[in-house]
Design a protein around this ligand. Structure first.
Ligand SMILES: NC(=O)c1ccc[n+]([C@@H]2O[C@H](COP(=O)([O-])OP(=O)(O)OC[C@H]3O[C@@H](n4cnc5c(N)ncnc54)[C@H](OP(=O)(O)O)[C@@H]3O)[C@@H](O)[C@H]2O)c1
Length: 257
């Protein structure tokens, strides 16, 4: 798929991976619609894109609110690519996670992606083209102690991706999922305490920058890949998990630094 001239809607575009993907996409000639709650941050991303000659609109909405998502869909034409990226959540063990925190972690990313995809999918199906892309984490396949709400929500996003892939077969619309290990984004400041629960095995997988992740996402979308996984060491972990699940579970539980 040629990305230049395509319309890309990114949720969670005010910071981190979403902002980096927006800026990298603008450099590739993509027209952007950026969504997040923080107006100032969203406007600074858009200003940098406009300075570079890019085309961008901003939409300050909370994508965990189905009514706000409906308003968003009334404001933005059906995109060629919808990138469900908005997400948050502190990494904590179950017994330290309040019920309200568990619900909030399910709201963003999972319900946000459900509402936004449900709002834009009919336009894509009517046109017979489009990509529903989902941001995801190594936590959608591997499990370790200390991040219960985060892990459960990322498994939910993976289920949503698989379901959308099934239900759009034959319509001309595609689903894609991008999965990464640790990224050096603002996530860790925005969700304090989370870094303490990163499993020690993460040291075997290089940390990517938001711009490396942005390039991997855009290259994957251009190549029409359904599953984008980086870096390659993470793909090795997924393979090991399929072949030797008990060994990988033991490794994920290991507290050795
Ligand atoms: N950082 C990592 O190591 C890593 C690795 C793999 C996957 N991921 C996933 O990548 C996604 C993006 O994370 P990031 O690293 O870029 O973190 P980030 O810098 O904290 O960015 C999160 C983005 O989501 C937006 N957002 C959160 N709740 C929202 C809501 N209810 N409505 C609209 N926007 C909302 C935030 O904007 P506002 O606050 O302005 O609304 C922000 O733009 C997350 O789903 C995360 O789980 C991260």
């Amino acid at each position: 798929m040629k990305l230049s001239g395509k319309r890309l809607l990114i949720t969670g575009a005010s910071s981190g991976i979403g902002a980096a993907t927006a800026e990298a996409a603008a450099r590739r000639g993509v027209e952007l619609a950026l969504v997040a709650r923080s107006v100032d941050k969203l406007e600074s991303v858009a200003a940098r894109i406009r300075q570079g000659g890019g085309s961008v609109t901003t939409h300050a909405y909370d994508v965990c609110d189905a009514e706000q998502v409906a308003r968003l869909a009334g404001e933005v034409p059906s995109p060629d690519v919808l990138f469900n990226n908005a997400g948050a959540g502190k990494w904590k063990p179950m017994l330290e996670t309040e019920p309200a925190e568990a619900a909030a972690m399910m709201a963003a990313p999972y319900l946000a992606a459900f509402y936004t995809t449900r709002a834009f999918l009919p336009g894509m199906i009517a046109r017979g083209s489009g990509v529903c892309a989902f941001m995801n984490s190594a936590a959608s396949r591997l499990v370790w102690p200390g991040a219960t709400g985060y892990i459960a929500a990322r498994w939910a996003v993976r289920g949503l991706f698989e379901s959308v892939r099934m239900e759009t077969a034959g319509t001309g619309v595609r689903a894609a999922m991008a999965t990464f290990a640790k990224v050096s984004s603002e996530y860790w400041e925005n969700n304090p305490g989370s870094e303490a629960h990163i499993p020690p095995v993460q040291r075997m997988v290089p940390v990517l920058s938001p711009s490396q992740v942005a390039d991997a996402i855009l290259d994957g979308l251009a190549a029409e890949r359904e599953e984008i996984v980086a870096p390659w060491q993470l793909r090795m972990f997924f393979l090991a998990d399929r072949l030797f699940p008990a060994t990988v579970r033991w490794q994920m539980r290991s507290k050795e630094k």
